[in-house]
Design a protein. Structure first.
Length: 406
């Protein structure tokens, strides 16, 4: 009996060891031998390897960008409006008899061209429930002719209202309108100052009118250009905004004055346009500038900016190297022609304070000037008549000057 048990145990042991050895041989040894270049054509190995099934598990991961333009902009869309500018015409009572006949003949269709339609309609955004609207000022030939306008605001729900142009910000180029006799309007939610970073996307929304009311343009923020100037020059002005958001998106007449919306659905700025070297250049006015202009209007009932009267270059490391300057920040009073009169405006607060070509303004009232805090921003925050203390670097020495802003 004992011999039988031992024999059975031995057989089981042999079967287990043999099975394990066969598994190892079939699963590991044979495939490895078959992969050896000199043995891969061996018939026995190929047949043995054919009976081996190797399972490779491949996981496919799909990264989907969950992005819908209309979904992103859905909180801003109800605040979108069209601002229609209609030329004011003289009343018949103020005209002579021959002029009345002429005016009567002119009644009816008065549109002269598609360009006139384009120049008469622009996009705006409601920023207060009682009808305050922000857009950009007109830069068309009609404005240069000093033509007076009446304004109407067309809203997405079919409502319309008379409106007034209540303020233009000379610093930023923003324009503010007030829709009359309205309340409880939808308001665009504002984003936070400084939230934008290069590489993110923005949605620009315009109001083209007609059947296709809203139009969209999506682009990446290519640059937060802290030295971008509204002038048709590389120079900056102490009276004009410096710094803008540059977006790789189409900015044209249809969306100028409209909102730039971030991916969280907040308004990050207003689309605008200026001229550089004979070409139209689109950019976004940052939301911090929009907020500042709006708060100034609400506090004072107008937007009146002071003037210092200099043209300058904001110093960075490149400017410092090119001009052999010992400083890497500040505002270098400059003219490409090297003429004092083209750098410091005649009769300006700067001239009266004694500022000169080549001076570097380091601080205004002890607030240091740098790319995030440019000279024009510090001046724009002040009021006409304010006296400001200027820390100035001149030919290796620091001096202090006092200017009374005009």
């Amino acid at each position: 009996m004992k011999k039988t048990i031992k024999l059975v145990a031995l057989l089981l042991f042999i079967m287990i060891v043999g099975g394990f050895a066969g598994f190892v041989t079939q699963a590991i040894v044979v495939p490895w031998l078959a992969s050896v270049p000199k043995l891969k054509n061996n018939v026995l190995l190929r047949k043995a390897n054919d009976r081996t099934t190797v399972i490779n598990k491949t996981e496919q991961i799909t990264v989907k960008e969950d992005f819908s333009v209309t979904k992103t902009a859905e909180r801003v869309l109800p605040a979108m409006v069209s601002i229609v500018a209609v030329e004011e015409r003289k009343s018949e009572s103020s005209l002579g008899s021959s002029e009345v006949r002429s005016a009567q003949d002119e009644k009816g269709l008065t549109i002269e061209s598609s360009k006139q339609i384009e120049e008469s309609v622009k996009t705006g955004v409601v920023i207060s429930s009682d009808g305050l609207i922000v857009s950009v000022k007109d830069n068309t030939a009609r404005v240069e002719k000093d033509i007076k306008f009446k304004y109407k605001v067309l809203m997405p729900n079919g409502r319309e209202a008379e409106a007034e142009l209540v303020a233009i910000d000379s610093y930023s180029g923003l324009a503010f309108y007030k829709a009359l006799g309205v309340n409880n309007l939808s308001v665009a939610p504002f984003g936070e100052d400084g939230d934008l970073i290069a590489g993110e996307k923005l949605v620009l929304i315009g109001n083209s009118g007609g059947e296709y009311r809203n139009n969209f343009s999506v682009g990446i923020i290519s640059l937060l250009d802290r030295t971008f100037s509204l002038l048709n020059s590389e120079l900056s002005s102490s009276e004009k905004m410096e710094g803008a958001v540059i977006v790789e998106a189409k900015i044209n007449r249809q969306n100028i004055g409209g909102p730039a919306v971030d991916f969280a659905g907040f308004m990050a700025g207003i689309a605008a346009e200026t001229e550089k070297n004979g070409e139209k250049v689109g950019f976004v006015i940052p939301i911090s500038v929009v907020k500042g202009a709006m708060e100034r209007y609400l506090a004072e009932g107008k937007i009146e900016r002071p003037s210092l009267g200099v043209y300058y270059l904001s110093i960075n490391r490149e400017i410092a190297l090119l001009n052999n300057l010992p400083l890497e920040k500040g505002a270098l009073i400059y003219s490409f022609s090297g003429q004092q009169g083209l750098a410091v405006v005649k009769g300006s607060a700067a001239e009266k304070a004694g500022l000169k070509l080549g001076d570097i303004i380091l601080a205004v009232n002890d607030e240091e000037i740098d790319l995030d805090n440019p000279l024009s921003k510090l001046i724009a925050e002040k009021k006409k008549g304010d006296k400001v203390e200027l820390k100035v670097w001149r030919e290796g020495d620091e001096i202090n000057l006092t200017a009374q802003l005009l």
